[in-house]
Every structure is written in C-alpha cells, then in structure tokens.
Design a protein. Structure first.
Ligand code: ATP
Ligand code: MG
Length: 886
C-alpha cells in the first residue's frame, strides 16, 4: 500500500481525526469511522481531481506527472499519480499484469467531498468499479463522478468492505460488494424502486383457502367492528374472485389503525361475465394500485391488445375499490377520474351501464352542458369521465378534487413527457394511476420511460440516469459494431428493465379471446385502375413537379404533394379535378402547389367534366366497391358494412355512391361533434337500425370504438401508418360480434397504393417506427431511390406485391406457401424479441403464407370475391378461426 499517499502524510494530522456523521448512523459509529480512517485510509488519484485537494496530486511527483491521458470513452484524465518508482514498475511480474487485466470488482459505496471539516456528511451512494488497474466511480444515476487509471494491481485487488478511501477528491467508504450479476443487470443502481412484496398473485391467492378462519376474527376486542369487517361478498362461493390479501409489509405500511383484515371480493354480478384473462387482469390491477407489486408505487399499464375488454377490467376495479378495502373493509378510494379521447366519453358511460346498471354507481360525464363544477358539488357522483381536451380546460378545478384513482384511456398519448396533457395529468396528486393502451409500449425506449414514469414516478430514476443505465447500453448493444462485452451488458440491462417494469405492465394478445369470436376472413384486393386513372397517372408522373422531386430539386414537402395527388387519383379522378376547380383562391402554399400540379392534368378530363357527377367506372376501386356492396346486400341482407377512408373528401364521394344506390348510411368523421358520436355508433349497432353502411374516417374516430353492428369492413384507402388500419380493422372483430367478419383492403394495382402497402409490411416500414397511431406520414423521410420507386406505375403486373414475394406460383391455383418455410419476420422490440402480437403489422413472409389467386383464377372460393373478379387482378386471403360457411 502506498504509505506515502496516506492522508496523515498528505494532509496532516487533522485529517486523520476527521469525524464523519454518515446519514442514518448514530454517533456511536463515529469512533469506528475514525479507526477505519487511519492509518488504513487509502488515497487514490482520479480523473475528477478536485480543486480543493491539490495536495493529493502533488504529494508524490513521478515520471508521468503533468501529462494528461485519455481513458476509453475519450474522457481526459488528469496526470497520472506518481505512484511507484520506475524500477519497481519494471520488476512487476508479467503474471501479475495478466491477473490485473482480469480483475473486475464492484462495490457499493457512500461518498462525500474530501475535506478537513470536522463534521461531514455523506453526500450520496455510488458504485465503485475496479477493473484491471483502473477504477470508475458512478453515482446511482449511472453518471461517472470519478475515474482513474494506472494503479498497482495489488492496491486495487485488496479493496474491501469497510475501507475508507480517498479518490479524486472524494472520500468514499466501501459498504459492500456488488455482484457482477447485479451490476450487469443494473439492479445495483435501483433505489427506491422497491421489490415486489407479493411475488405472484397465484402465491398470494393460496392464503385464501379458508378466509373466515383467519380473517376478521371476531374477538371481544374487536367487538363492534365485527359487522364492519365482513367481506362485502362471500369469498367462499365456488366462483368467488378474491383479491390477494396484503402481506405483513403492506399492513405495516398502510394499516396504521390496525384494522382487521377483510377479504376484498369482486362483485359476483361482474364475475359472472368475466373472461379468464380479465379475472387475471383485475387481480393484476388491484395488486398494482394497492402498492403490492412495487413498494411505494401504485401505478399500472394495461396494454392488452384491442378489444380484450380493458374497459370492463377497469370498471371492475373501480367498483371494487370504491366499495371495499382490505383494512376493516373501508373503501380504498372515494372518487375516480377517467380521462379518455372525446369520442369515447360516452362509450365509457355505456360500458358502466352495461356491466353495473345505472343504480350501483353514479357516473358523471363532462360535456358542453355538464361542467366539472356540477361534479364538485354533487354528493352522489363518484366517477368523473372527461376528454383529454376538456381536462386541459378544467385542470384547475380538477386539481381541487381528491381523486383516489386516475385512469388514462388510450394512454399512449402520454408517451411524451413534455406535452401539455402529460404535464397536466402529472400535476394531479393522485398516486394510483392506470394507463390503458392497445398499442405496444416497448418499441421506443424514451417513450417507454415517459409512460412508466407517469404511472410510477421515479421508479426508473431520473431520465438522465435511465439513459445511462438502460437506454445507452441497450442501444449500444444493438449496434453492429458493438463488442461482446457491450452486447452482453445491453442484453442484461434489457432483461432487468423488462423484469423491473414487468411487475406493473400487462399485455395479452388477441389469441386469448379468439375462441369467443367468430371467424375473420381478411382479403387484400388489387383493383385494376380505370382508363382515365391510368392516363392521368402517366401524365402526373411526367409532370415537372415529379421530375424535380426525383432530381432532388424541390424543397420541403413538395414530394408529399405529389404523393397526395397520386393517392387522390387512386381513390377517384374527380378528387384531383376538385383540387384545381374548388381552390382557385386558396392562400395556403400547399394548396397552391397542388393546384399547379393538377392544373396541367385538366386537359386529360373529358370536356365539361363535372366532379359532382363522377362516374364509378373512372376508378377501379370504386367499381369494385359498388359490386361488393351489391353482393353483400344481396347475399347477406341483414348484415352491415363499415366503409373506412382517411379522407373526408373521399368519404363525400362514397356517401354520394351510397345515395345513388339507395343504401342508408351513418357517418362519423373529424367534423362530427364529439357529443353525437356515441349516439351515431349506438344507432348503427342497434338491431333496429336501417343503416346498411357506416362511413368512418379512421383517423377521426377509429380508436376505441365498438362497431360490432357491422360484420363487413372495407378499407377504401391505405395509410402509411399500419396502426391506423389495424385500429380500424379491430372495430368489428371484437367481443359481441355475432357474424363472421369479412375485411377487404382495396388497393389499386401497380400504383403508389401497392408501394405504401409494401412499406407497411416490409422491414423498412417497420423499422421506421410507424407502429404507432400518433406518428403521421409527414415525418417519413424518403431517399431519391425510394421516390423513384413510389413514382413508377407498373402497368403490366397483376400484382407487384406478389412479384416481390419471390413466390413461384402464377396465381392460378389458389396457391399457399408452405407455412413451415421458416421464421416469420417481425419487428424487434427494443427490449428484445416479442411474442406474436396481432396488433403488429403483417410481414412480407406472413403475407406469403396467405392464400392467393390471380383475378383470372377459375374457381374462387368465396362468392363475394367471385362477384368482383372482373375488376380485380389479384387477391390475398387469410382466414382466422375456422373456415366460415360462406
Ligand atoms: N367478458 C365480456 N363478455 C362480453 N363482452 C365483453 C366482455 N368484455 C368486454 N366485452 C365487450 O367487448 C368490447 C370491447 O371491449 P373494450 O372496448 O373494453 O376493448 P378495449 O380493450 O378497450 O379495446 P380498444 O383497445 O380497442 O379500446 C366491448 O363491447 C365490451 O363490452
Ligand atoms: Mg378501449
């Protein structure tokens, strides 16, 4: 050991007698500290040579003094300490050198600035990493707060528990060793995140075998309390769903008045309806919000796939917590706040009514006529349902209400901690927070942090520590250039992050309810473009704007205008015509550019063309649509159709088609007042409805709606973002649907629509992180190569998507690729490989396994497809659940 560097020699005797008052220790410990400090206190040199201990550096001059060096990550290190004489260095054995390089130890330490002050306090915890002949000191946020290299192996090897050292101007005390397992997983950095007090709900449930025996023992002492502490529902009935009882830790923390423990039992009226996964989900939610899964944290993320009944699970939780509690039977909460997209406010009310009737619980929904004040003044309403928009407007009032539980429906919108809504909701004092989302939450590590930190603030530390401890190592490990060591560290950190957050995130996939659902027949239909469409398409591709785009000469969003024009043309040429005719006086730059682009096309339209009297023959897809509607109407007169487009103008065209053919229709788009939306949905779902068609703008109202009144869903156009389409498709194939569900995705053969579809299902589209409803196409970047591909019309192919699949068939035999051909490609979650997930977009190789036929195929297996074949060049079809009797 370097005696020359001992504090007694460097800093004089006063330092030797330094008295520490470490946080949380009694004065009795101080004498021990002193003994530890001297003479064994070791002095190390470090990167963070503090200004106030110059003596450390200069006390022992040596050969390398004054030459700054760099450590691995480029950090400049102060001059190496003159630790040993040159001759000693030379005599160090080679074997020792080798030993040194394999030395790797981790210690938990406390630290404070080294000073001569009498009364010092430890300033924080840290992790000391001793590696080879160097050390690094990291705070619990993962930040380096000290480092140094070039020590003698022996010095570092002998570091042990209880020692007090000075390194880089910091005084540290070694508290204990940290296993490499705990370091690699990042566990040693976790503070305050708590560990599960209940390992699993299964284990917890075991202790219920005889609830009356141990629970609520009616001793004399409990006397009058006996009646209060009986479970609200009998936990002994065969189907009783009993919540896990709190363990001793929980009781110690929350049962301050030593009330008797009472079983919390879900209302049998609800249990009767619950699916098995919903029962598990309710136990999960209960454990989370009661703080039984992570000490001191009461949040949960329920990320079940769309249609799994997240609403019912929450209603069960609310109803239970508002009436019952484990301590003396006292209700855990009094009031609940549910925040949801505007179009779902009334859906929530309906679901409450559906499952609990109107007497058990009083719901208050905020709208134009019903303000938050009414809820504040009401004594009998206990649940407030409000839209995100209204919440922002009434935040000050909402803050005054002591909500016990906060539920954020479609909560993936809180993924950005800096947006207004997240800030507003975070400012509420309510600790029990639940996020509901059907969208996977683990695809982006920063968004993941925001959601987790919202429900359980601080559980992953600060954002900067999260980045250092999890995000950076995980991302680094996925770089092709990462070392073996980096790869392993990243994997371990990812595993640990999953373990840590897995306690309060639950996701189940569609498969769990498949058996309760009717068959689903999905079709991708490639429609031949009409003659006018082809002519206009060619002309558009030859336009100056497109040529400039391909030469990279146009700025900003010019390519988006060209893409927009092509998409309109695919829907119907009349939409292009209207872009010129309807907008002569537009002041917006985009509209002007679009008008200029389309102006040159007018000569292609027949003289006297009137867009309002459009012909169905001018659009391949519209022709297919008209025939499809006719055959559904004819073969399934009692069934109804949802017709989806992303554009209001297209919905206008489709509405006009409905009128022409005498089909009654309902419509919901971005302009439909929020207050009317549920009524429109209910009207359509009702068996008394005379509407045959529901026109839906997927962007406006797709999320969360139940449109089980319809069993045929036609996606008229395609969005860049597969999540938009997946959301729309999930509206019909869900609990309550009685008929086999038919889904038709219409694409115009050889055009940009096929390219968008390919992008949706190819790796490129997926790695662009578009599996997310809140991302819009404006953020998609295109290379010139990609634009060239987008701006090409393939006139001679039946289906360029099929051509890309490398499938050997010619589309004439109803070909299906052997499903055993290999693993199906899917997007990797940043936390590691995921289970199959039906809300993820289809991949190319999955598509290859679908049945596929060319339009010329002789025996189409489906009467609906048979009727439209004349205008169709290719079909893909996939049937989930058993084959329907079509
Ligand atoms: N156990 C059940 N039995 C019958 N119907 C159910 C059951 N659970 C839920 N449902 C019904 O299933 C439909 C879908 O439920 P819900 O709207 O809660 O889905 P979700 O999980 O919120 O989906 P999304 O992510 O699309 O919002 C609703 O009509 C609901 O009433
Ligand atoms: Mg929902």
């Amino acid at each position: 050991m370097r005696r020359s560097a001992a504090p007694s020699q460097v800093q004089g005797k006063s330092f030797k007698k330094t008295r520490f008052i470490p946080p949380g220790r009694s004065n009795a410990d101080v004498s021990k500290e002193i003994t530890k400090m001297s003479p064994d206190t070791k002095l190390f040199q470090c990167a963070e040579q503090s200004q106030n201990d110059p003596g450390v550096c200069s006390s022992n001059p040596g050969p390398t003094e004054g030459i700054p060096r760099e450590v691995g990550d480029g950090t400049r290190v102060d001059p190496l300490p003159p630790v040993h004489s040159a001759s000693k260095e030379i005599t160090e054995s080679k074997a020792q050198e080798e030993e040194a390089s394999s030395l790797l130890k981790y210690f938990s330490v406390v630290w404070c600035k080294a000073s001569k002050k009498k009364h010092k306090k430890w300033e924080g915890d840290a992790i000391l990493i001793v590696k080879g002949r160097s050390f690094t000191l990291k705070d619990l946020e993962g930040k380096d707060i000290g480092r140094g290299i070039g020590y003698k192996f022996k010095e570092l090897e002998n570091v042990e528990e209880g020692q007090t050292l000075i390194i880089g101007g910091k005084e540290i005390e070694i508290l204990g060793t940290v296993s490499s397992e705990d370091f690699n997983s990042g566990k040693c950095f976790q503070h305050g995140s708590g560990s599960p007090t209940v390992p699993s709900s299964q284990a917890a449930r075991k202790c219920f075998s005889n609830p009356f025996k141990s629970v609520c023992q009616s001793t004399q002492a409990q006397g009058n309390r006996q009646n209060d502490c009986r479970p609200r529902h009998n936990p002994c009935t065969p189907n009783a769903l009993v919540m896990p009882r709190p363990d001793e830790n929980h009781q110690w923390m929350f049962n301050r008045h030593c009330s008797p423990i009472v079983d919390v039992v879900i209302d049998p009226h609800l249990v009767h309806h619950l699916r098995p996964h919903q029962k598990d989900g309710i136990i999960f939610l209960y454990e989370c919000v009661m703080g039984m899964r992570a000490v001191g944290k009461c949040g949960a993320i329920l990320a079940d796939e769309m249609g799994l009944g997240k609403t019912l699970q929450c209603i069960s939780l609310i109803w239970t917590l508002q009436c019952q509690g484990p301590y003396g039977g006292k209700p855990v909460i009094k009031k609940t706040l549910i925040v949801t997209p505007g179009s779902l406010v009334n859906n929530w009310r309906k679901e409450f009514q559906k499952w609990l009737g109107s007497e058990r619980i009083k719901i208050f929904t905020v709208d134009q006529d019903h303000k938050v004040e009414e809820f504040i003044n009401s004594t009998f309403h206990s649940v407030l349902i409000i839209s995100y928009e209204m919440l922002l407007r009434s935040l000050d009032q909402i803050k005054t209400i002591p909500f016990g539980l906060l539920i954020c429906d479609e909560g993936h919108r809180l993924k950005n901690s800096s947006i207004k809504t997240t800030t507003a909701l975070s400012s509420l004092s309510c600790e029990k927070r639940v996020i509901l989302t059907g969208t996977p939450v683990q695809n982006d590590l920063q968004e993941f942090f925001a959601l987790v930190d919202f429900v359980n603030p601080g559980i992953l530390g600060s954002l900067s520590s999260y980045r250092k401890i999890y995000e950076e190592p995980i991302i680094m490990s996925r770089e092709p250039s990462s070392s073996e060591e980096e790869r392993k560290l990243g994997e371990r950190r990812a595993t640990e992050l999953t373990r840590l957050t897995g306690r309060f995130i639950l996701r189940r996939t569609q498969e769990v309810i498949n058996k309760y659902l009717p068959p689903k027949i999905e079709n991708v239909v490639f429609c031949r473009p009409g003659a006018l469409q082809i002519e206009l398409y060619r002309k558009l591709l030859r336009s100056q704007s497109v040529r400039f785009c391909l030469q990279g000469l146009l700025e900003n969003s010019a390519h988006l205008i060209c893409i927009g024009a092509l998409k309109k043309l695919c829907n119907h040429p009349c939409l292009l015509f209207s872009s010129v005719k309807g907008k002569e006086f537009s002041s917006s730059r985009e509209e002007n550019e679009e008008r200029n682009l389309c102006q040159g096309l007018l000569s292609v339209f027949p003289a006297g063309y009137n867009p309002l009297q459009f012909s169905e023959k001018d659009s391949g897809k519209l022709q297919v649509l008209v025939k499809l509607l006719a055959v559904i109407h004819e073969l399934r007169p009692t069934e109804k159709v949802i017709l989806v487009s992303n554009y209001r103008q297209t919905l206008n065209v489709l509405e006009e088609v409905c009128k022409r053919h005498g089909y009654a229709c309902a419509r919901l788009d971005g302009q439909t007042p929020v207050s009317q939306r549920q009524q429109i949905v209910d009207g359509f779902n009702s068996k008394y409805s005379t509407d045959f068609i529901f026109l839906l703008s997927s962007k406006a109202g797709g999320v969360g709606l139940n449109l089980i009144g319809g069993s045929h869903l036609i996606l008229y156009d395609i969005d860049w973002n597969p999540a938009t389409d997946i959301q729309a498709m999930s509206r019909v194939w869900r609990d309550g649907q009685k008929h086999p569900v038919h889904i038709y995705r219409l694409l115009t053969t050889g055009t940009i629509e096929e390219k968008i579809y390919q992008r949706q299902i190819s790796k490129q589209g997926l790695s662009g992180a578009v599996v997310d409803l809140t991302r819009s196409s404006e953020h998609i970047q295109f290379s010139v190569e990609e634009l060239k591909n987008l701006f090409t019309l393939h006139e001679n192919s039946h289906c360029i998507t099929h051509d890309l699949l490398d499938c050997e068939c010619t589309g004439d035999k109803g070909h299906t690729e052997d499903a055993s051909e290999g693993p199906v490609a899917s997007r990797q979650c940043q936390l590691g490989p995921q289970k199959s997930d039906s809300s993820r977009p289809l991949s190319m190789s999955q598509l290859k396994q679908w049945k596929h036929f060319s339009g010329d195929h002789l025996n189409l297996p489906d009467p609906f497809l048979e009727r439209i074949r004349e205008n169709v060049s290719f079909f893909f079809q996939n049937i989930t659940n058993q084959a329907p009797a079509v």
